[in-house]
Design a protein around this ligand. Structure first.
Ligand code: NDP
Ligand SMILES: N[C@@H](CC=O)C(=O)O
Length: 433
C-alpha cells in the first residue's frame, strides 16, 4: 500500500506537536486514513534551535520552497504563520499537486480568496479547522453540519490570551497591565502581545467565521476592531455592579436590508454580557463560540482555543479528512461563498451602550443627561445614580440604537458643562433587562 507523504512547514508550538502526534499515533492514523502516513520533511528557520519534539534524522530542512516543490509530497501542513513566505509556500504546494492543511488565520483572513481559488484550480483540498478556536471543532460544523440551516449570528470568545486577562481582572480586581504581565509569565501572551490585546487575532478569526457562516467572502479589513488595552479596572467593576462581566467578543451578524439581500456586520470589541449568558462562564484561556441559526436554534462550542497540542489535534483531524479524500480521489466541500453580501459599516450596526458619567450633583442633571440621549435618538433602558457629595455617578444603559447614534451621544455628554468626566463607555450584549 502506498504511503501518503506529508511535509510539515514549521516546527514551533503547533508544528512540534503535529510531528509528535504523527509519530505517536502512526498506527491509528494508518487505520483511519486507510494507508500509512509518512513524514517526509519538516521545514524550519533554524536547524540548531531547541525543539519540543525529536524530529527524525535527516528530515529537518531550511529549504521550505524545495520541500513543497517535491513531486512526491501528497500533503503539506503549513504551521509557520504570518503572510509570507506562508502564502507563496501554500500556493506552490497546491500548484505542485499537494493538498494543504493550515492553521494560519492571519493569512486566511487577509488573502483567503487567493488560496481558495488556487485550491479550486488545482482540484486539491485546503482545510483550516485549527485557524479558529484551536481544538474546538467549529469550522466543520459551520461548513457541513449546518449547511442545510440558515445561520443568523455567531458570537464568540475566540482569543484565549485576552479572555485570560479579562478573567483575571474580573476575579482579582487587577488592572490591565498587571493581568497582561501574568498572562505573559504563564506563556499565554507573546512578548509582543499586540495581535492578541488589540483584537487583530480575534478579527482574523471573526472574518473566517463570518465567511463560512454567511457564505460570503469577509476579510480582516471588513471587521470593525477594538482591543482590550483600554479596558480599566473601573469598567470591570462597573460590569460587576450590574451583574455582568467584560469579554472580548467576536460578533458576526446577518442584517436584513429593506429591498436588498441581507448584509453582514462583523465586529470585535470588549462588551459587557450578563453573568447568566453562556459565554460569561468561559474562564481563563478557554474559547467558546455561540451560534444562532433559524432551524437549530442556539448551539455552543467550547474548549481550549490555543496551545500546541490542542491546535495540533485540529490539524490532525484535517489531515485525516484530506488524506481520505486523496485516497478516494475526491475533494471536500471547498469554499461555499456564493453570496456576495454587503458589509455594514460599524456606525450602522445596532448595539447598546453602558455609559458611566461623573456629573455635578445638582437639580436638573438627570433631565439634562436624558435630553442628550433623546436628542441623539437614543432611548434609555436603565439609570442608576449615586450621590457622592458635590458630584454624583450616573450609570446609563441604553436601548438598542445605531452605533453612530450611541457614539454621538457620548460625544454630546463629553461637551456638557455638568459632565465632569465620562468615566466608562462599553457596549452591552445579551439580555440585561
Ligand atoms: N500557538 C497557538 O496556540 C496557535 C497557533 N495557531 C497558528 O499556527 C501557526 C503556527 O503558530 P506557532 O506554532 O505558535 O508559531 P511558532 O512561532 O511557535 O512556530 C513557527 C515555526 O515556523 C518556522 N518558520 C518561521 N519562518 C520560517 C520560514 N521562513 N521557513 C521555514 N520555517 C519557518 C519556525 O522555525 P524556527 O523554529 O526554526 O524558528 C517555527 O518552527 C500560526 O499560523 C498561528 O497563528 C493557531 C491556533 C493556535
Ligand atoms: N494567540 C491566540 C492563539 C490561538 O489562536 C490566543 O490567545 O487565542
Amino acid at each position: 500500500m502506498r504511503a501518503l507523504r506529508v511535509a510539515v512547514l514549521g516546527c514551533g508550538s503547533v508544528g512540534s506537536q503535529v510531528v509528535r502526534l504523527l509519530d505517536e499515533q502512526a498506527g491509528d492514523l494508518t487505520a483511519r486514513v486507510g494507508a500509512p502516513v509518512e513524514l517526509v520533511g519538516v521545514a524550519v528557520r533554524r536547524l540548531d534551535a531547541a525543539r519540543d519534539v525529536e524530529v527524525p534524522e535527516g528530515l529537518l530542512t531550511t529549504d521550505a520552497a524545495g520541500l513543497v516543490a517535491r513531486d512526491d509530497v501528497d500533503l503539506v501542513i503549513e504551521v509557520i504563520g504570518g503572510i509570507e513566505p506562508a502564502r507563496s509556500l501554500i500556493l506552490s504546494a497546491l500548484e505542485n499537486g499537494a493538498s494543504v492543511v493550515t492553521a494560519n488565520k492571519a493569512l486566511l483572513a487577509e488573502d483567503g480568496p487567493t488560496l481558495f481559488e488556487a485550491a479550486e484550480k488545482a482540484g486539491r483540498d485546503l482545510y483550516y479547522e485549527a485557524a479558529v478556536a484551536g481544538a474546538i471543532p467549529i469550522l466543520r460544523p459551520l461548513r457541513e453540519s449546518l449547511a442545510g440551516d440558515r445561520v443568523t449570528r455567531v458570537l464568540g470568545i475566540v482569543n484565549g490570551t485576552t479572555n485570560f486577562i479579562l478573567d483575571k481582572m474580573d476575579t482579582s480586581g487587577a488592572g490591565f497591565a498587571e493581568a497582561l504581565e501574568e498572562a505573559q509569565d504563564l506563556g499565554y501572551a507573546e512578548a509582543d502581545p499586540t495581535a492578541d490585546v488589540e483584537g487583530f487575532d480575534a478579527a482574523a478569526k471573526a472574518a473566517i467565521l463570518a465567511s463560512l457562516a454567511f457564505h460570503s467572502r469577509v476579510t480582516a479589513n471588513d471587521v470593525y476592531r477594538e482591543g482590550i488595552s483600554e479596558v480599566t479596572a473601573a469598567d470591570v467593576q462597573s460590569a460587576r455592579d450590574m451583574g455582568s462581566v467584560v469579554k472580548l467578543l467576536a460578533i458576526c451578524e446577518l442584517m436584513p436590508q429593506a429591498g436588498a439581500d441581507d448584509a453582514v456586520a462583523v465586529r470585535v470589541h470588549p462588551a459587557m454580557i450578563p453573568r447568566s449568558h453562556p459565554l460569561a462562564s468561559v474562564r481563563e484561556a478557554y474559547n467558546a463560540v455561540f451560534v444562532e441559526s433559524e432551524a437549530a436554534g442556539q448551539l455552543m462550542f467550547y474548549g481550549p482555543g490555543a496551545g500546541g497540542s490542542p491546535t495540533a489535534s485540529a490539524v490532525l483531524g484535517d489531515l485525516v479528512t484530506v488524506a481520505r479524500n486523496r485516497l478516494a480521489g475526491t475533494r471536500g466541500a471547498g469554499e461555499s461563498a456564493y453570496a456576495d453580501r454587503a458589509v455594514l459599516p460599524m456606525g450602522e450596526t445596532r448595539t447598546r451602550y453602558h455609559v458611566a458619567i461623573d456629573v455635578d450633583d445638582r437639580a436638573g442633571v438627570l433631565a439634562a443627561v436624558a435630553t442628550a440621549f433623546a436628542e441623539n435618538g437614543v432611548s434609555i433602558s436603565t439609570v442608576r445614580q449615586e450621590g457622592r457629595g458635590l458630584d454624583a455617578e450616573l450609570v446609563v444603559v441604553s436601548h438598542e440604537a445605531t452605533d453612530a447614534q450611541l457614539s454621538a451621544t457620548v460625544q454630546h455628554l463629553r461637551e456638557m458643562d455638568i459632565v465632569r468626566e465620562v468615566t466608562s463607555v462599553m457596549r452591552v450584549e445579551g439580555d440585561h433587562e
